[in-house]
Write a protein that binds this ligand. Structure first.
Ligand SMILES: Nc1ncnc2c1ncn2[C@@H]1O[C@H](COP(=O)(O)OP(=O)(O)O)[C@@H](O)[C@H]1O
Ligand SMILES: O=c1ccn([C@@H]2O[C@H](COP(=O)(O)O)[C@@H](O)[C@H]2O)c(=O)[nH]1
Length: 211
């Protein structure tokens, strides 16, 4: 199984890049997993307490479960991954079944910051988009899709999103094999990744396999 990690700041276009690759290759051989599904579940906290959590710190995620699921997929077992509800800041009761496919695209803000997670990736990608573009995209998305107000996006960006991006996410770019400027607009970068993935599928014995 080939695992491609796609990191980058919030709103950089990680999901858009991943979905473009799936559109080009078809979904039969490629599956998408978002690190966001593995946000820690804070069942003992109230909504107001959950609202104040720093969701941009590397330790906000249950990466041990994510790694366990990747290992299960690599050994040929399907997995039931958690579903995360951004409007309530909580895991929902449901899970999603992920079937075994030869290619896994793993996208998330911190897929390159965790050493163990990096070790599970065959190709490491960083989507590099200017902060002003990212915050504008995030503002639109969080208000339209995640039930946020203008003020809450503004406050969260300044208190946690930007400081954590500067401290952890931007520095993780150095681990990338491929940097894709401007995300979904970068058709050449997306084609490059698609070609690499196609080559893997036609030659499973290629050098990408981790020992
Ligand atoms: N090139 C683009 N032009 C315009 N809007 C975009 C572009 N890329 C992404 N978006 C929008 O910006 C938002 C964040 O993009 P997304 O791919 O989900 O980023 P990420 O997964 O990095 O947070 C989404 O609403 C998406 O539709
Ligand atoms: O409960 C939550 C959990 C996460 N967030 C924010 O989500 C982004 C990561 O998602 P992207 O799709 O990569 O933008 C992260 O910056 C968190 O701040 C949240 O607001 N609430």
């Amino acid at each position: 199984m080939l695992v491609i990690g796609i990191a980058g700041g919030t709103g950089s276009g990680k999901t858009t890049v991943a979905k473009s690759i799936i559109t080009k290759l078809g979904s039969t051989n490629v599956t998408l997993i978002s690190q966001d599904n593995y946000y820690l579940h804070h069942s003992g906290l109230t909504f107001e307490e959950r609202e104040r959590i720093n969701y941009d710190h590397p330790r906000a995620f249950e990466n041990t479960l994510l790694l366990q699921h990747l290992n299960m997929l690599k050994s040929g077992q399907p997995v039931d991954i958690p579903v995360y509800d951004f409007s309530t800041h909580a895991r929902s009761q449901e899970t999603i079944r992920i079937e075994v496919k030869p290619i896994v695209l793993l996208e998330g803000i911190h897929v390159l910051t965790d050493e163990d997670l990096r070790g599970a990736l065959n190709i490491k990608v960083f989507v590099d988009t200017d902060p002003d573009v990212r915050i504008l995209r995030r503002l639109t998305r969080d208000i339209n899709e995640r039930g946020r107000s203008l003020q809450s996006v503004f406050d969260q960006y300044l208190t946690t999103v930007k400081p954590m991006h500067d401290a952890f996410i931007e520095p993780s770019k150095k681990y990338a094999d491929i940097i894709i400027p401007e995300g979904g607009e970068n058709q050449i970068g997306i084609s490059l990744l698609t070609i690499l993935t196609e080559r893997y599928m036609t030659d499973r014995a290629a050098n990408y396999e981790i020992g």
